[in-house]
Design a protein. Structure first.
Length: 84
């Protein structure tokens, strides 16, 4: 299966791209996608596998690491935001 990844705000800057297509074996979850990205090493592992806080949305709905992915899903990764 393939998913579309979007990297927003600080993640876009740290990872050097705004998005990409990722191929995963089906069935897959958000945790599987994150593991594949972290396996790339730095800076992926530092941003997505360490203590840095970020949020995940799948098809524009907030998600957890257990959220199942479908072929063609849009997965957005972004830091938490505050208002004021």
């Amino acid at each position: 299966m393939t998913i579309e990844l979007l990297y927003l705000a600080r993640l876009r800057e740290a990872l050097g791209c705004g998005g990409e297509t990722l191929t995963l074996a089906a069935p897959a979850t958000v945790a599987d996608a994150l593991a594949a990205l972290c396996a790339r090493g730095a800076p992926w592992e530092a941003e997505l596998g360490g203590s840095r806080v970020f949020r995940v949305a799948v098809d524009q709905d907030m998600a957890t690491v257990d959220t199942a992915l479908r072929d063609g899903a849009e997965v957005a990764l972004f830091p938490p935001v505050t208002g004021g």
